[in-house]
Design a protein around this ligand. Structure first.
Ligand SMILES: NC(=O)c1ccc[n+]([C@@H]2O[C@H](COP(=O)([O-])OP(=O)(O)OC[C@H]3O[C@@H](n4cnc5c(N)ncnc54)[C@H](OP(=O)(O)O)[C@@H]3O)[C@@H](O)[C@H]2O)c1
Length: 297
């Protein structure tokens, strides 16, 4: 489900499997996106991973059978889209390394300078789009993206930001790529990225916590563990599927299954007495605040 208030552009362009995608960094998040791209049918030969450590490269070849290289410069010569997937503190170093090559590429394509540059997508948490653009000497269009972990199974949510001046073709390309591994929301203000972290980046853990609590309560009421796990999981999946396929908002869906004086009403009242809304708001405020603290610029 899209959050319309955080959305400026929803092109839903399908990713062309011929698009050449290079990852700088072959860690957890790069692997999650690669897994999603391959699941979506992207050609292995059109994916390159640049990582300095031989064991990382070997593991990536074993797991995905994609191309690998030790040097980040290979990313620039190979790809249409370069995804910076290193830890935030490594980003300045990577930008310094690839900037001259990106500028060279632009000069070679000077006649089509607005639409023939390589697109750079940074997934590094807390590094602003403008910072990366400046470090790259404006040699490439830059999109900042904040994917979450379900990206690995093609069910991710990625918050995306780029200035309004970025050519639409690059926005479509970035959107198509991240849509191959889930869904996207485009932000009209990069400050909203900390809310995306609190709402999507961290939230798989909130849902796991809730599943854990429900499973424990069901076991305490006497269900065997396997039965409790199955009942909790299948009900969560059913509720999410209903919410995704319904036109109704969450509160209306809740009211639909809450008959007056019934069992659900008793549970909802108990949640409300515990001020679930405030608890959730506090938890998400803490996550967003931490995201701002960790922001490097
Ligand atoms: N994990 C998440 O849920 C998540 C979600 C959203 C965004 N992010 C962002 O994604 C980025 C990557 O996170 P991660 O969890 O995937 O990190 P990670 O598992 O630690 O992976 C980092 C990778 O960067 C590589 N690397 C280090 N220095 C390099 C250099 N100079 N050139 C090229 N590659 C280099 C490492 O290579 P070697 O292994 O070869 O040493 C490693 O493969 C971070 O900026 C993070 O903020 C993560």
């Amino acid at each position: 489900m899209k959050n319309r208030s955080l959305t400026i552009f929803q092109p839903q362009q399908k990713l062309d499997p011929k698009v050449r995608v290079a990852f700088i960094g072959g860690g957890n998040m790069a692997k999650a996106i690669i897994a999603g791209l391959l699941k979506h049918g992207h050609d292995q030969q059109n994916i390159l991973v640049c990582s300095p450590t031989q064991t990382t490269r070997n593991a990536i070849v074993d797991e995905f059978n994609v191309r690998v290289h030790h040097s980040n410069s290979a990313a620039v010569s190979f790809a249409d889209v370069i995804i910076i997937a290193v830890k935030p503190f490594v980003v300045p170093l990577v930008c310094e390394e690839i900037q001259p090559l990106l500028s060279e590429n632009n000069n070679a394509n000077a006649s089509n300078a607005n639409t023939n540059n390589k697109l750079v997508i940074s997934i590094a948490a807390g590094i602003k789009q403008q910072t990366i653009s400046q470090k790259l000497n404006d040699a490439s269009p830059v999109v900042c993206a904040m994917p979450n972990l379900p990206t690995a199974i093609g069910k991710g949510l990625t918050g995306m930001f780029t200035p309004v001046t970025t050519d639409k073709s690059y926005i479509q390309l970035a959107d198509g790529l991240m849509n191959a591994v889930g869904d996207t929301v485009w932000l009209d203000d990069e400050q909203q990225m900390s809310t995306i972290v609190a709402t999507a980046g961290s939230s798989p853990a909130y849902f796991f916590l809730f599943l854990e609590a429900m499973e424990k309560a069901a076991i305490n009421q006497g269900l065997p563990k396997d039965t409790a796990t199955k009942a909790v999981l299948q009900s969560a999946m059913g509720a999410i599927s209903m919410a995704m396929s319904s036109q109704l908002d969450f509160a209306s869906l809740r009211r639909q299954v809450t008959s007056p004086k019934g069992t659900t009403e008793q549970a909802i009242l108990a949640f409300q007495h515990g001020d679930l809304d405030e608890l959730v708001a506090n938890a998400m405020d803490s996550a967003a605040e931490r995201a701002k603290e960790l922001s490097l610029g």
